[in-house]
Design a binder for this molecule. Structure first.
Ligand code: GLN
Length: 314
């Protein structure tokens, strides 16, 4: 729980926003997905969703952005709901220590991706969600799930981002074809990637993202309702994967600095979980060398420290 003398959360967010708003060193906006490079690097949004229902916001918390790989947390949750532990026959649970789109590791490991939060792993997860569906039905199921989690029917996919990545996602095509060669994709590569690119193009604001992720802070239950999304054990395990794998080869550093399970995306968003307390969404489009939001990581470091939320605090 927060230390008794921790400042009020709105004050913490306002202070973090004021300190980072004019920062010059903001990292570099992703440009390998052409549609993403138009995003204004000056944007900074911060939201906290408490498990008791309160929420706090600062800056551009209501501007939707491309959540990209943060969506892998939601597709992983859906796939586990469909096939349970059988998923782990096709995807590992170890940190990769490599870039999010690394190809070399797949060869060593015979087409079994290291974990579900790197691109290759999330493509297998998309293949699982596709089973028994046409791609548009699978995409619809993912959108409905995220709307349900966020209690917000206005959430949509940005079709321009999906199209842009479909046209330029050569590495993801390579990863998918390679896994297909090992028999670890069961559907047509284009269909699987269609699902993957579309869920990466989900557009959410920090407010919506913090709300959508709150079940992971609330022992698997929706905030403000009795509905269970997943069991307590599953929520705990998803959090464990976020802590160890959610920032690719920057996961160790994120745990060191922030001390919370987190998942980043190349759109500059990060979802972090303070188990039993809150979920936090931050967005700043400039990325560091590992492809994680530079100011977003700093914002979370400041929030976790000031609120005393690191899971490693005694
Ligand atoms: N859609 C992006 C890709 O496949 C997701 C990567 C990310 O957010 N790290 O490259």
């Amino acid at each position: 729980m927060p230390a008794r003398d921790a400042p009020p959360l709105q004050l913490i967010l306002d202070r973090v926003y004021a300190r980072l708003r004019d920062e010059v060193d903001r990292g570099k906006v992703a440009d390998y997905i052409p549609e993403l490079k138009h995003v204004d690097p000056q944007r900074l949004g911060l939201s906290i969703q408490m498990v008791d229902g309160q929420s706090f916001h600062a800056g551009d918390a209501d501007t939707p952005f491309s959540i990209q790989s943060v969506s892998k947390v939601f597709t992983l949750t859906l796939a586990l709901g469909k096939v349970g532990d059988a998923l782990w026959r096709r995807v590992g649970r170890e940190p990769s220590g490599s870039a999010f789109n690394s190809i070399v590791q797949l060869e060593y490991e015979h087409g079994i991706p290291r974990n579900p939060l790197i691109n290759a792993g999330a493509i297998v997860v998309a293949d699982v969600i596709l089973a028994g569906h046409a791609p548009r039905e699978a995409i619809g199921e993912i959108v409905r799930f995220v709307r349900f989690l966020a209690d917000d029917d206005t959430i949509t996919i940005d079709p321009e981002v999906a199209r842009s990545e479909t046209a330029t996602g050569f590495r993801n095509h390579a990863l998918a074809n390679y896994m297909r060669a090992f028999g670890n994709l069961h559907h047509d590569v284009d269909k699987v990637l269609g699902v993957y690119f579309h869920h990466c193009a989900l557009s959410l604001s920090c407010r919506q993202l913090a709300r959508a992720g709150a079940f992971l802070a609330n022992r698997g239950r929706l905030v403000g309702g009795a509905n269970s999304v997943v069991s307590e054990e599953r929520a705990r395990r998803i959090n464990a994967l976020m802590l160890t794998c959610g920032h690719y080869d920057g996961s160790g550093d994120f745990a060191f600095r922030v001390g919370l399970p987190g998942k980043s995306g190349v759109g500059g968003g990060i979802l972090a979980i303070a188990p039993g307390i809150a979920s936090i969404a931050v967005w700043s489009p400039g990325l560091n060398a590992n492809g994680n939001s530079q100011l977003g990581s700093r914002a979370l470091e400041m929030i976790a420290r000031e609120a005393d939320w690191s899971i490693f605090s005694g």
